[in-house]
Design a protein around this ligand. Structure first.
Ligand SMILES: C[S@@+](CC[C@H](N)C(=O)[O-])C[C@H]1O[C@@H](n2cnc3c(N)ncnc32)[C@H](O)[C@@H]1O
Length: 291
């Protein structure tokens, strides 16, 4: 009897439930179809380890029960599953060169262009994790709006599929260590000292919150918004996706950007060979070509 690979139960001598073959194959298909994450055959131990805590939180003793939960309530559990097997690692002003481009070039240009009634400036942080990315964008946007001196309808949409990440983004409360990438001037300007339950923590300024709408969204599902966006940040997200999923996603992004609209990817991500609708114009910065 091959208990370790064929049965999904706690096996004597092994701590925690064991992820059996049938459940692993179900999870692979589910994760690929629902979240776009392609798990190789070699990832079984990793998935088992990452999901063990989720099983404990749910009071479940084996993976078969967990797979049944996914069958019964795919939408309800998908975010937690995706958070468990992927990473939410993020930081304020991560990949600073993207923010330099916003500050020095893009925001001044967009604000100069948006002078008519009804003109809107829209930026989407797709895969926003716990909010550091959209709040970083909000800081430079708020500063640019101030320099511009005119009222412009400007907003940031921040989406993710992880409920825990979205809850943290909505809360907007960070430890001082998390503020490492934020200059002293910006800390003074855009963060408030936490009080009571947030004592010793930093809370984002309400003026930044006003610029951001936070919403759950699985990038593989239908999108309720129609754009257009001036820029889309999708950084360190497609790293988990296989090539066909990336190709489809980039094409959908192109549909929400005007010619000249910008798409920012993460430092180890590329559109190479996956889209001819964009041109590379900087370090992982892409611009949509004219049709
Ligand atoms: C590593 S974090 C990147 C956060 C931020 N963009 C950055 O670069 O710092 C990746 C985020 O993508 C989210 N994500 C992964 N797959 C997703 C999907 N199919 N739909 C929406 N968000 C997804 C994860 O939940 C996670 O919060």
């Amino acid at each position: 009897m091959n208990a370790v690979v064929d049965h999904d139960s706690t096996v004597a001598g092994i701590a925690g439930p064991v992820l059996g073959e049938a459940d692993f194959q179900f999870l692979r298909t589910f994760v690929y179809e629902q979240c776009g994450i392609a798990l190789s055959e070699q990832k079984r131990q990793l998935v088992q380890g990452r999901l063990a805590r989720r099983l404990r939180a749910l009071g479940m003793k084996n993976f078969t029960d967990y797979c049944n939960l996914l069958r019964q309530d795919p939408a309800g559990e998908m975010g937690e599953l995706a958070s468990a097997i992927s990473t939410n690692v993020t930081a304020f002003f991560r990949e600073m060169h993207h923010f330099d481009a916003l500050i020095n070039e893009l925001l001044p240009r967009w604000l100069e262009q948006k002078r008519r009634e009804g003109d809107r400036l829209r930026i989407w942080s797709a895969g926003c994790s716990s909010g550091e990315e959209p709040y970083s964008i909000a800081m430079v946007l708020a500063e640019a709006l101030e320099r511009c001196g005119r009222k412009v309808d400007a907003k940031i949409l921040a989406t993710d599929l992880s409920p825990a990440a979205l809850a943290a983004a909505r809360k907007g409360v960070y430890s001082l260590e998390r503020l490492e990438g934020v200059s002293d001037e910006r800390r003074r300007r855009w963060f408030l000292r936490g009080e009571g339950e947030f004592d010793g923590l930093a809370c984002v300024h309400p003026k930044l919150r006003e610029l951001i709408s936070i919403a759950p969204l699985n990038l593989l599902h239908e999108w309720p918004m129609q754009g257009p966006f001036d820029a889309i940040f999708c950084r360190n997200v497609v790293i988990y996706f296989d090539q066909p999923t990336k190709r489809t996603l980039f094409h959908r992004y192109a549909g929400l950007l005007p010619a000249g609209g910008h798409l920012f990817l993460g430092h180890s991500e590329s559109m190479h060979g996956l889209s001819d609708e964009f041109e590379l114009i900087g370090r992982t910065v892409y611009r949509k070509k004219a049709a």
